[in-house]
Design a protein around this ligand. Structure first.
Ligand code: ADP
Length: 425
């Protein structure tokens, strides 16, 4: 007879506005034993055991509570959090919503969160989503950081319609997203494509807002990547313009705050004549600094979770197809054509939006490809993505390619997109 292992719980008492910061390596459990508390904007249910794996985070309580964690959780209590100023952003969004409720042609709060890496941008986005959803709003969440892939996979730019707070155990994986496959984890590989795809995401979200009054009033919450210098700043400005942002929140960077204030709000303060608000927020002392290695590991973990499930509960399928049954395109313009292939006198210019069909080759092994919903190759780069495949084998002799897919069945389309993202287990 097998015995269930004994769980040893360690109790913590949080006073009003305290938070319990924790680090979990291996699977661990957390439980709210008394009072009320939230995990980045999502309320914990009383006495429910939440199972978490490989995360750093914090449980915050506005009014005080008792938390229990399993003895493999490293945790400490802090009472110095920026939660009041974060909640203030939510109040500003809410006031904006109330003020436009009956004005059909007005847009809700369109918030963009900017700042360097590891300052808590994604965390603030989750908190704002949670607070909005708890009031019954359906904001769009747009994730412009292809480095981590909070909604689907790294390499993707996504928009999701949020109708409930982010799930504590599953994250955002249960929301229905609009997905564009950029194919790279860094913005400098194809900034022109990056801009074109933000525009397409914006159009998809705007269409949704035209159909639903609640979505229009709820607005959007945009997370960005931490590249804020040079081209990174340029792309931030483009994102602000393309998505018609009306509230910019800068976390922990005076220079970025000052540059964006100068550029976007004529008064430079919170109430400019242009209607744009630019606000600055402090970073929480709890935000965990991630090394490049840790980032890469979480990226790989995201891809693994996509195919095998967050709890390892999915059973991915291998699909084998003939080379002739798929059309694979590269999302990077590809190398310039050799000059011998061009008309005399012309020079080779890479069009970053020009698609280049590529033939299956051993180089594709381990690549992550997106399956496009496009009907033809012209609309490929801006079409929504149906899902992702992993190239597990290429056989040049039999001319067959093996894909790992999260579910069985035929591919929904023969158009596949490939970037530079690879999954090395
Ligand atoms: P950014 O999006 O700016 O790169 P994140 O919001 O992803 O930063 O935060 C970095 C890491 O710190 C994440 O693992 C997040 O869960 C963790 N974190 C954020 N806030 C806290 C906090 N108050 N206490 C503990 N960990 C936190």
């Amino acid at each position: 007879q097998t015995q269930t292992p004994q769980i040893t719980w360690v109790p913590y008492t949080l006073k009003s506005e305290d938070e319990l910061r924790f680090e979990i390596d291996k699977e661990a459990k957390i439980k709210l034993a008394d009072g009320t508390a939230e995990y980045f904007g999502t309320e914990l249910a009383l006495n429910r055991e939440y199972t978490l794996n490989n995360v750093k985070g914090a449980i915050f309580s506005w009014k005080g509570c008792k938390i229990e964690v399993t003895d493999n959780v490293k945790a400490y209590i802090s009472n110095g959090t920026p939660m009041l100023s974060y909640a203030n952003i939510h109040s500003i969004m809410d006031q904006h919503r109330m003020s436009i409720l009956s004005q059909k042609n007005q847009q809700g709060p369109r918030v963009l969160i900017a700042g360097p890496t590891d300052v808590g941008k994604s965390t603030l986005a989750k908190i704002l989503m949670g607070y909005s959803a708890r009031l019954g709003y359906n904001p769009a969440f747009i994730d412009l950081d292809p480095g981590q892939g909070s909604i689907t996979l790294p390499g993707a730019l996504c928009a999701s319609l949020i109708d409930r707070p982010v799930d504590i155990e599953e994250g955002l994986s249960n929301t229905v997203p609009f997905v564009q496959y950029y194919g790279h984890t860094s913005l400098d590989i194809n900034p022109t494509l990056f801009k074109a795809q933000i525009q397409s995401l914006g159009i998809s979200v705007d269409k949704r807002m035209e159909q639903s009054d609640n979505a229009r009033v709820s607005g959007m919450i945009v997370n960005t990547c931490g590249w804020i210098e040079g081209l990174g700043y340029e792309l931030l400005r483009e994102s602000i313009n393309l998505l018609r942002i009306n509230i910019i929140v800068v976390i922990d960077n005076e220079k970025l705050y000052s540059d964006l204030s100068r550029e976007f709000s004529s008064g430079g303060g919170n109430n400019s004549s242009s209607g744009m608000k630019v606000m600055k927020l402090p970073k929480s002392g709890g935000v965990y600094l991630r090394s490049a290695l840790f980032r890469k590991q979480t990226r790989m973990q995201r891809i693994r979770e996509y195919f095998y499930g967050i709890q390892g509960d999915l059973c991915p399928h291998i699909t084998i197809v003939d080379f002739k049954d798929v059309c694979i395109f590269r999302t990077g313009g590809g190398p310039p054509a050799p000059s011998t292939a061009l008309p005399i006198g012309s020079t080779s210019v890479i069009d970053p939006l020009a698609l280049q069909e590529i033939q299956p080759s051993p180089e594709m092994l381990h690549s992550v490809l997106a399956i496009s919903y496009a009907k033809n190759s012209q609309s490929l780069l801006r079409s929504n993505v149906a899902g992702f495949l992993y190239v597990s084998d290429i056989n040049m002799e039999t001319k067959k390619i093996s894909f790992l897919a999260p579910c069985p069945g035929d591919l929904p389309s023969k158009f596949l997109l490939m970037g530079t993202l690879k999954w090395l287990e």
